[in-house]
Design a protein around this ligand. Structure first.
Ligand code: GDP
Ligand code: MG
Length: 597
């Protein structure tokens, strides 16, 4: 395709502002699918994505649009993941485009997440086309939003497109704006091949499918290519695009976005950001911006029923086929038996994997407290990375302990600001900036990631009635006075509940946990002490009183074999219970305890 006829763009929008609806409209209008083939929302194709309204895996569609100038353009619409956990994937998708549609809800206005994405888009030198969506709503204030876009983001919104993706208003205007405002890509056909690996996923029929943006040169079937960062070589066996139906194409030229397959078995071999070139006469220099993504949040996943371990192993393996960014290794816990220590890009990523395991693979799981990666400088001069509180070395051998910090941007109606500042303050936050823009506040805090992986996001949402939005980036490691806190039930440490906390938070968190556990663990025939301790020092204690005698007599009376039978039955029915020092802890107790952190 002639470069002048190509437009590559993405859509930036806060969740629910109408990105998917608009994308569907664009596909419908350009005839990529027949009416019947248009399922509710084409771009978000996973259940979890649909339910949560977020895009996890980027999808890209090619649309052919005949513009008012009579020419037919190739529009490549790239959908980007809508969550901060996938910031790197977003950055690569943006790097593959020349422009972006900025969709803002006419009734809600600009949100923090939108801001972060817009700034990224601006950093990639994108031409940004503002689209004010949902103008059909009675609460719509398009003129106010137009001013907001100019005041807050600082881009010209004088010719923003007024649209209602739902009612189909302004769709032609959006398409014309894409063609007239977004610049065509640049590239040289006779230069050595350079294509950026934008995304990859596993398809049961095709193997690993790789989404590429060709920068220079041409990619076609039969070419022997190499991945410059990964170092592997592959024979291209298919080249094509999604319209959104998959169509094979003879080639992808400079400026084009499409897919290739090359009989690759694992997504791990096709790393986002890598450069694809030819083995013969290839490029000598890889594209800039490549980064190896590392998991930042770790937790243990254990089957509730020990018999499900093999099933868990298999299911995790299958998920991993499609997601090279999460890691796992076998782990055994005194309390929970065999399971896996898994690493994730962030909390949402963790939740997605957990949810898919229970939903798609029908597994009942216990998740241990999420932990960030700590860096330990040992007294012997070595450096250790700690992914699991259970591996915490003897504190006397640790010279210094560092924890990851983030810079968080919170955007909120100002009535909730007071509670939000308090929340950040309670979580060891350092306020960096606070600005007001028309009844809303934007506040920037530096926070230890460790304080955010627990229930920060849930708390933020609840104190702001869902109105506050939150976005973050990692800013590196800082020294912290961190200690290992153990939870003892009936004097037995429950390894799954141990966590690393800041010394100043230990007592409050320990108290919260033991109080919660007291409510959640059923009574036994004996008194059950629940303690939080740092080393030998108990910092919080609660006691569950014993059951009354007459009740226990009914339950546990009779001869030994009868008692055993009863107990066996109980075990069958209460698979979800775990035993610690003769104490049964229901799985709900774990989950609830861990949720609050
Ligand atoms: P996304 O999260 O940005 O992808 O948002 P969606 O496209 O999923 O839209 C979120 C919700 O807003 C859905 O219930 C849509 O039906 C609704 N919606 C999208 N566009 C419009 C619009 O123009 N007008 C109205 N009234 N609702 C819309
Ligand atoms: Mg969506």
């Amino acid at each position: 395709t002639d470069l002048a006829l190509i437009r590559n763009f993405s859509i930036i929008a806060h969740i629910d502002h109408g990105k998917s609806t608009l994308a569907d409209r664009l596909i419908q209008r350009t005839g990529g699918l027949t009416e019947r083939e248009m399922s509710a929302q084409v771009l978000d194709n996973m259940d979890i994505e649909k339910e949560r309204g977020i895009t996890i895996k980027a999808q890209t569609v090619r649309l052919n649009y005949t513009a008012k100038d009579g020419l037919t353009y190739e529009l490549n619409l790239m959908d980007t993941p809508g969550h901060v956990d996938f910031a790197y994937e977003v950055s690569r998708s943006l790097a593959a485009c020349e422009g972006a549609l900025l969709v803002v809800d006419a009734a809600q206005g600009v949100e923090a997440q939108t801001l972060a994405n817009v700034y990224q888009s601006i950093e990639h030198d994108h031409e940004i086309v503002p689209v004010i969506n949902k103008i059909d709503l009675p609460a719509a204030e398009p003129e106010k939003v137009r001013t907001e876009i100019e005041d807050i983001i600082g881009i010209d919104a004088s010719d923003a497109v007024m649209a209602s993706a739902k009612s189909g208003i302004g769709i032609d205007e959006v398409l014309e704006a894409i063609v007239t405002k977004i610049p065509p890509p640049k590239g040289e056909r006779d230069q050595p091949l350079k294509a950026m690996l934008v995304d990859s996923w596993y398809d049961p029929y095709l193997g690993v499918v790789i989404l590429v943006r060709v920068i220079d040169g041409v990619i076609k079937k039969g070419l022997q290519v190499k991945f410059m960062q990964g170092g592997t070589e592959h024979l291209i066996d298919r080249v094509g695009a999604f319209t959104p139906k998959r169509v094979d194409l003879p080639e992808l030229g400079p400026g084009e976005i499409g897919f290739i397959t090359a009989q690759i078995k694992e997504v791990e071999q096709a790393k986002v950001g890598d450069t694809v070139t030819t083995v013969k006469n290839g490029a000598t220099q890889a594209l800039p911006g490549y980064k190896e993504v590392q998991p930042v949040v770790f937790c243990g996943l254990f089957p509730v029923d020990a018999n499900d371990f093999e099933k868990l192993r298999e299911s995790i393996g299958k998920l991993r086929l499609n997601d090279a960014s999460f890691s796992f290794e076998m782990e055994s816990s005194a309390a929970l038996g065999f399971g896996f220590r898994c690493g994730f890009l962030g909390l949402l990523h963790l939740e997605i994997i957990q949810e898919r395991l229970s939903r798609e693979y029908d597994l009942d799981l216990i998740t241990t407290a999420p932990s960030v990666v700590y860096r330990l400088s040992m007294t012997d001069g070595t450096i250790k990375e700690l992914h699991n509180p259970a591996d915490m070395p003897d504190p006397v051998k640790i010279a210094e302990m560092e924890e990851p910090w983030i810079k968080a941007t919170i955007y909120t109606p100002d009535e909730y600001l007071g509670s939000i500042l308090k929340l950040c303050q309670d979580r060891r936050g350092i306020q960096i900036d606070l600005t007001y823009i028309g009844g809303r506040a934007q506040v920037t805090y530096e926070l230890p990631l460790n304080e955010v992986v627990f229930d920060f996001y849930d708390r933020l949402k609840s104190i702001s009635r869902g109105y506050a939005s939150f976005d973050y980036e990692q800013i590196g490691l800082r020294e912290g006075d961190l200690v290992m806190m153990n939870i003892l039930v009936n004097n037995e440490p429950v390894d799954a509940l141990s966590m690393i906390v800041h010394r100043s938070q230990a007592e409050a968190r320990g108290r919260g946990l033991v109080e919660r556990l007291k409510e959640l663990i059923p009574r036994h025939m004996f008194k059950v002490p629940i303690q939080a301790a740092i080393g030998a020092k108990v910092i919080a204690r609660e006691t569950i009183s014993a059951m009354r005698k007459d009740v226990t007599a009914k339950c546990y009376g009779g001869d030994i074999s009868r008692k055993k039978k009863l107990l066996d039955k109980q075990k069958e029915g209460k698979k979800r219970m775990r035993e610690y020092g003769n104490v049964s802890i229901p799985q709900e107790a774990f989950i609830a305890a861990l949720r609050m952190g």
